[in-house]
Design a protein around this ligand. Structure first.
Ligand SMILES: [Zn+2]
Length: 485
């Protein structure tokens, strides 16, 4: 079968055209809509976050909303002359610059000459600079000169996957938004809707599996649906085949066998995978990731298993025979209980970071451009205490955080070495719980925003093992489970 030459990828065809259609970034789009509707747009916005979470879509929507002739409650109408010109790429007043290609020196230089002129027919001259962190130092300097005294008719929208590479002098002149990885259930819902519209039969387990493996990037999920959807039907098996993944039921069976110390069953699963040529390292990664989900859901018995799985994942790369190495490990794991073996090497990381005093003038400036205050310390402490009594794991994820409180927004910022904490807090169930609890201690609370100052979109599972081992194991096992069942 040949494809029509004008075939547009699903991702492009379903790109959101209005703020209301953006998935999983409710706080950000609500804030931008309010700014547009109230005529209070800033001069420069920095949109950061991993790839595939909607930064460019939001930038383009904002460029239309700012210039729309008849905006609707902060949304672009997408029908007026201005919206249409921008949508068709014909507007001279919306310029997209890719920071990654030729690194922008010439374009930024041209930009500096152009910004002085009023827009050719729009309210704002909008510069969208994608992957802004790739600009050269020279381009940044040129940009900075413009940002220092921005003409009133200019709107900069910067997007980046690596905000830590953007100079602080640039960040401090922007309103910054950190896009979150999109929740799995939200991605699954989009997949189901798109499949229905496209006449693709998408089995619910297949949608969930795609959502889970896309790691918060809606674009990646739609690319998988695109690749498999041509057949008209997408089954879980097809997804498993395309991505080379083990089915969830098999992963759960493996974990159950390890917890139940059923070495025979666990070995049978490994043998089966091995004869079918599956990647055992990938299987372990899936098993460790799944174990984490189940631990967060309350299965503390899996903690020692998860720890060992993560260690194994690292060992397997160096093993002479992956299968043999895994089999030996399974037998060892299902043998005498290993709790306490090679216990925590250091006192837990929790509490290592005390809340810093509000802006001492010394040291490095923190990149928090918004005006925000640390919350009343007693409110945050009381909240942590309440969570500690109810869900010790969640308290451990929150304890290294620095918190800010402004305009009804509680910002929970995790330091760079706490990627695992951050990711765990984004699990929908955990997040919902923290939000519900925050409402009891902060009023009026509109939303809780989790941000992470780290570099990588996906923290390592090894880090997770360390935290689980050091921060959680002793306490959870100490609560009614003495590990000697
Ligand atoms: Zn319009």
């Amino acid at each position: 079968m040949t494809e029509p030459t004008d075939h547009l990828s699903l991702y492009r065809r379903y790109r959101p055209q209005r703020f209301g259609e953006v998935v999983g970034q409710d706080l950000i789009v609500a804030t931008l809509r309010r700014a547009v509707a109230g005529g209070r747009l800033g001069h420069a916005y920095l949109l950061s976050g991993q790839r595939g979470v909607g930064k460019t879509s939001v930038a383009r929507i904002l460029s239309r909303a700012a210039n729309c002739l008849s905006p609707e409650d902060g949304e672009p109408c997408n029908r007026c002359e201005s919206c249409q010109r921008i949508l068709q790429g014909l507007s001279l007043d919306v310029v997209e610059i890719d920071g990654a290609s030729n690194r922008g020196v010439d374009q930024i230089r041209r930009l500096r000459e152009e910004v002085a002129y009023v827009p050719a027919g729009s309210r704002y001259k909008v510069y969208i600079i994608d992957e802004v962190h790739m600009l050269t130092g020279e381009a940044f300097n040129a940009l900075l000169k413009t940002l220092e005294e921005p003409p009133p008719h200019v709107l900069f929208i910067f997007a980046t996957t690596e905000p830590h590479k953007v100079p602080a002098t640039v960040i401090s002149r922007c309103q910054a938004f950190e896009f979150q990885p999109i929740a799995e259930d939200a991605i699954a819902r989009v997949l189901v809707t798109v499949a229905q519209t496209e006449g693709i039969a998408l089995a619910p387990p297949a949608a969930e599996l795609i959502a889970r493996r896309s790691r918060g990037a809606l674009r990646d999920a739609l690319v998988v649906l695109d690749q498999l959807g041509h057949a008209g039907e997408v089954t879980e098996e097809a997804v498993v085949d395309l991505l080379g993944l083990p089915p969830l039921a098999l992963v759960d069976g493996f974990l159950d066998a390890l917890v139940g110390r059923d070495a025979d069953q666990a070995l049978a699963i490994v043998a089966d995978l091995s004869t079918r040529g599956r990647d055992l390292a990938l299987f372990l990664e899936e098993a460790a990731s799944r174990a984490r989900d189940r631990i967060i859901a309350g299965e503390s018995a899996l903690i020692p298993v998860a720890q060992r799985l993560i260690e194994l994942r690292g060992e397997l790369g160096r093993a002479f025979s992956r299968r043999l190495h895994l089999e030996v490990a399974i037998v060892a794991l299902c043998g005498p209980l290993r709790t306490g073996a090679g216990g925590p090497r250091s006192p837990g990381p929790a509490r290592e970071a005390e809340l810093p005093p509000p802006s001492t003038g010394d040291g490095e400036p923190r990149a928090t451009p918004q005006e925000a205050m640390p919350p009343r310390p007693e409110a945050w402490e009381a909240m942590l205490q309440a969570i500690l009594e109810e869900r010790v794991a969640v308290a451990a994820f929150l304890s290294p955080a620095e918190v800010m409180w402004a305009d009804g927004l509680l910002t929970v910022r995790l330091p760079p070495d706490c990627g695992y904490h951050y990711e765990s807090l984004l699990e929908p169930a955990v997040r919902g719980y923290v939000e519900a609890t925050a409402h009891k201690f902060f009023a009026p609370l509109l939303a809780v925003q989790f941000v992470w100052a780290g570099a990588h979109p996906k923290p390592s599972l090894e880090e997770g093992a360390r935290i689980l081992a050091e921060a959680l194991e002793g306490r959870i096992l100490g609560e009614g489970d003495d590990g000697s069942k």
